[in-house]
Design a protein around this ligand. Structure first.
Ligand SMILES: Cc1cc2nc3c(=O)[nH]c(=O)nc-3n(C[C@H](O)[C@H](O)[C@H](O)COP(=O)(O)OP(=O)(O)OC[C@H]3O[C@@H](n4cnc5c(N)ncnc54)[C@H](O)[C@@H]3O)c2cc1C
Length: 391
């Protein structure tokens, strides 16, 4: 391979560029905006910065959040003190840091929109406003709104969530998560440096209805959106059959991050998977030739995390809309976190990103009797000594 073109310079594209340039390949990144404030919470889990320590060991401004409040209708709320904090970046800062790392590793960064990619024999011809460029291989990292229809995942209406919200002035030291009746999604309040990101994501509901739900929550919580900037975007959330036929690689290309649909279908976490998939794509490209690289990438993705996310897609509806012991699952999650240290420990690991979905069912079943006992004991204790419990 002589030249690799990377289409999109978000976390996925920038990290792929860093890895490939560091290995000595000529790498060119095209991004129409370069570093920008992409609509995003900017939250990075422990799983991400444990595996990629540069995500925490740097001078880029970030918030380190060690407390989250979970709330659900009819269940009140519970404060979870996170043993493994969550980092929150502005996306402008995070993207800039990643692009700078790519540039330092030797990648060429071009501010341009790729409008067309045409297969020419064994290579590609890429078109931008400024002209054309030839490349031997393309990494597609153009995000959830990938305009290049012939490459990357093929999102259908049911494979995506709407996500929207406001950047509101304010300071806080905790994350708020609010579940809502009948919504496959949730509201979040993420504290960032200098402001809050207050947003909602949901599947199967029009953006206008989601916005109404969010504004009702903000009124209730006394959070004003006057003068705040509004954002909206698409969040891939693949249904199970779509994971099975997901188009992540083809003749002369691989897709990474959102352009490959690689987002947790329950939490909406995508930053880790953008970086991880870029890492795997680079490894596949450096170790295999031609079609074999695409096959190797598919295999690596599946083994590493895509199999787990596919299983997560089977659980998503049950998590948000299911019922357990005559109550809603989100409500029970809040109550159990409040009353059962065993269950709270599972929630800790889910927030850290270290609990797989494939292992979740077994762990829940193994802990069920103990958790129920703790809930029952806690309930009787509360009848004697009323008060709130911190998990
Ligand atoms: C509201 C919201 C909140 C979120 N919160 C979180 C969170 O807290 N934590 C988390 O882990 N994930 C979160 N996500 C998901 C996360 O934002 C994405 O998973 C992540 O940005 C994916 O990175 P990426 O590099 O694949 O794509 P993107 O970050 O979307 O980057 C794609 C890049 O490609 C460029 N581009 C597109 N088309 C072209 C073209 N034709 N030519 C040149 N350049 C092009 C764009 O300018 C962009 O810079 C959130 C998503 C949304 C919508």
């Amino acid at each position: 391979m002589k030249r690799i073109a990377i289409l999109g310079g978000g976390p996925a594209g920038a990290f792929a560029a860093e890895q490939l340039s560091a290995a000595g390949l000529e790498t060119v990144v095209f991004d129409e905006k370069l570093a920008w404030e992409k609509p995003c919470g900017g939250g990075l889990t422990f799983k991400a910065y444990q595996q990629y320590p540069f995500l925490i060991d740097n001078n880029t401004p970030k918030k380190v959040i060690a407390e989250t409040v979970l709330a659900a209708p009819k269940a009140g709320d519970v404060t979870l003190r996170l043993r493994k904090p969550i980092l929150i970046y502005s996306r402008f800062d995070l993207n800039r840091m990643l692009l700078e790392r790519a540039e330092r590793a030797g990648a060429r960064i071009e501010k341009a929109r790729v409008t067309e990619m045409t297969r020419t024999g064994a290579g590609w011809q890429l078109k931008t406003k400024a002209g054309t460029m030839a490349a031997d291989f393309c990494i597609v990292a153009t995000g959830a709104r990938n305009p290049l229809r012939d490459v990357g995942t093929e999102l259908t209406g049911s494979d995506a969530m709407s996500a929207l919200g406001y950047y509101v002035p304010g300071e806080r030291d905790q994350i708020d998560i609010q579940f809502l009746p009948g919504l496959e999604g949730y509201i979040w309040v993420f504290p960032r440096c200098g402001h809050l990101s207050v947003g909602i994501c949901g599947k199967g509901e029009p953006a206008q209805a989601l916005r109404k739900r969010l504004e009702a929550y903000m009124v209730e919580r006394g959070i004003s959106w006057k003068g705040a900037s509004f954002y909206s975007h698409l969040l891939p959330s693949l249904e199970t059959p779509s994971w099975k036929r997901n188009r992540v690689a083809g003749d002369g290309w691989m897709a990474v991050g959102d352009a490959a649909g690689l987002v947790d279908p329950i939490t909406g976490e995508g930053l880790y998977y953008a970086i991880r998939s870029a890492d795997l794509a680079a490894k596949a490209l450096l170790s295999e030739i031609g079609d074999l690289a695409g096959q190797a990438y598919r295999r690596m993705l599946r083994r590493d995390f895509a199999g787990d996310l596919e299983f997560g897609s089977r659980l998503a509806k049950r998590v948000f809309l299911g019922r357990f012991l005559f109550g809603s699952v989100p409500g029970r999650m809040v109550q159990f976190t409040r009353s059962s240290p065993k269950f709270a420990s599972i929630m800790q690991d889910l927030f850290a990103g270290t609990q797989s979905y494939l292992g979740l069912k077994r762990r829940l079943i193994e802990n069920l009797n103990g958790s129920l006992l703790e809930v029952a004991m806690n309930a009787s204790l509360h009848r004697l000594v009323p008060g709130r419990v911190r998990a």
